[in-house]
Design a protein around this ligand. Structure first.
Ligand code: RP5
Length: 164
């Protein structure tokens, strides 16, 4: 069963998202990825959201650039949590997408991560799923510990360099 439905406004967004897909795979979370646009394929996007929700998807992740209304449109059609990723593209390089994604009307939240924040979106989705699934919660803790180990390793390398 698909746990996360990850929509993006264009296939040109995917390179910015790939690292997040990798994190979900590391955490053993099943994901369906689709190119669907709030403006260019509104009917297909709505249909996908409704079918995904009926099939038991737990969290939606929506990534889009420019006037990024995909996450908001999905939130309007679903009662599942929606995580929005503003993608840096176009003349304003993501600031437009950040404001369009984050600034939702009261009652229809989109949990917005930073510009191009695909990894954080994946971790947040896993944390949400982990509230009802102990094995996912445990994997998130292990993944965070591996991040800690990586940073400590970087510190060690710097200390060695500084020693000369
Ligand atoms: C947005 O417009 C997409 O999410 C993408 O960030 C941007 C450019 O889309 P393409 O012209 O590459 O399809 O809707």
């Amino acid at each position: 069963m698909t746990q996360v439905a990850w929509m993006m406004g264009s296939d040109s967004d995917y390179p910015k998202l790939e690292a997040g897909f990798k994190v979900l795979a590391e955490l053993g979370i099943s994901v369906a990825g689709r190119v669907l646009s709030a403006h260019r394929t509104p009917e297909q996007a709505r249909e996908f959201v409704q079918n995904s929700e009926a099939a038991g998807v737990k969290v939606f992740i929506c990534a889009a650039g420019m006037a990024a209304h995909l996450a908001g449109a999905v939130a309007a059609h679903s009662s599942r949590p929606v995580i929005g990723i503003p993608v840096a593209s176009g003349a304003l390089n993501g600031l437009d997408a950040l404001l369009s994604t984050a600034q939702m009307p009261p009652g229809v939240p989109v949990a917005t991560v930073g510009i191009d924040g695909a990894v954080n979106a994946a971790v947040l989705a896993a944390q949400i799923i982990g509230t009802g699934d102990e094995s996912v919660a445990k994997k998130v803790v292990e993944w965070r510990a591996s991040q800690t180990a990586k940073v400590l390793e970087k510190d060690k390398r710097l200390q060695e360099k500084l020693k000369g």
